[in-house]
Ligand binder design. Structure first.
Ligand code: COA
Length: 228
């Protein structure tokens, strides 16, 4: 098949479903180690993942996702189409990243985090004027709403909920609700306090979910170890 996935520099775990026109282990100047992917990876057409990156079990990845080198990505991470991971960054377990998200290098994301569509993370405050980069740090059980921009070096602590469209240029303490431009924060209202639901990691694909409607796929995806 002329458009079969290319997997020259990839250690792929068992039970993978890799669609055609996917490139795994892309070689760049100075690459050293193969891409390592855990079990049950699901990767859709058009995605490119570089060598020197390590990804855990049950990775689910949409179309045209770019993951560059030196990324460390935990188990049960879902990334939807058109998202860019610029490399040299860390993502925990059970993280769901929606479409068209931009993550530059030095970004650190905890576990059980939701990142809405079109979110932009930044890592340089005065690009082309001053050298140096400072990545964003995100804690556990954080929600970042759609279209949010997060400034260089900002830390968003555990269990923070950021409303859609916010521009976050200062650190946000744990258990806060933040929104607005520039974002202001206050204690998290009671209705948001319970943290993120692990069952929603693999759900919410809406129109594009072609799995059996009876929910029989859920046991396979959730397993016993999903509760983080
Ligand atoms: C921030 C958010 C959580 C607030 O929800 P809520 O507590 O139910 O808030 P309400 O709708 O009661 O609004 C409270 C006030 O905040 C304002 N507000 C709500 N969300 C806002 C936002 N994202 N930015 C600026 N102001 C916002 C409302 O206009 C309202 O103002 P008012 O008191 O002057 O009338 C919610 O609006 C939000 O942005 N959710 C994220 C949605 C998202 O991005 N989903 C991504 C997956 S598709």
């Amino acid at each position: 098949m002329h458009n079969a996935p290319e997997m020259r520099n990839c250690q792929l775990g068992p039970d993978a479903e890799i669609e055609p026109n996917v490139m795994l282990g892309y070689q760049y100047p100075g690459w050293r180690k193969p891409l390592v992917l855990g079990n049950r990876a699901r990767i859709h057409t058009g995605t490119v993942i570089y060598a020197d990156t390590v990804i855990g079990d049950r990775f689910t990845c949409g179309h045209n996702v770019l993951v560059r080198a030196e990324c460390e990505i935990g188990d049960r991470v879902v990334i939807l189409h058109g998202t860019t991971l610029e490399g040299r960054l860390t993502i925990g377990k059970g993280v769901k990243i929606m479409a068209h998200v931009y993550l530059p290098s030095r970004t650190v994301i905890g576990s059980m985090v939701f990142i809405g569509p079109g979110v932009t993370f930044l890592n340089a405050m005065l690009p082309m004027r001053e050298a140096g980069v400072a990545g964003v740090t995100i804690g556990n059980h954080v929600v970042i709403g759609g279209g949010v921009t997060i400034g260089p070096g900002v830390t968003i602590s555990d269990n923070v909920f950021v409303g859609a469209g916010a521009v976050v240029m200062q650190d946000i303490p744990a258990n806060s609700l933040a929104y607005g431009v520039p974002a202001q924060f206050r204690p998290l209202p009671e209705k948001f306090e319970k943290g993120n639901d692990p069952k929603q990691i693999f759900e919410g694909l809406d129109l594009w979910d072609n799995r059996p409607g009876d929910g029989s796929w859920k046991a396979e995806y959730y397993g016993d170890d999903v509760l983080l």
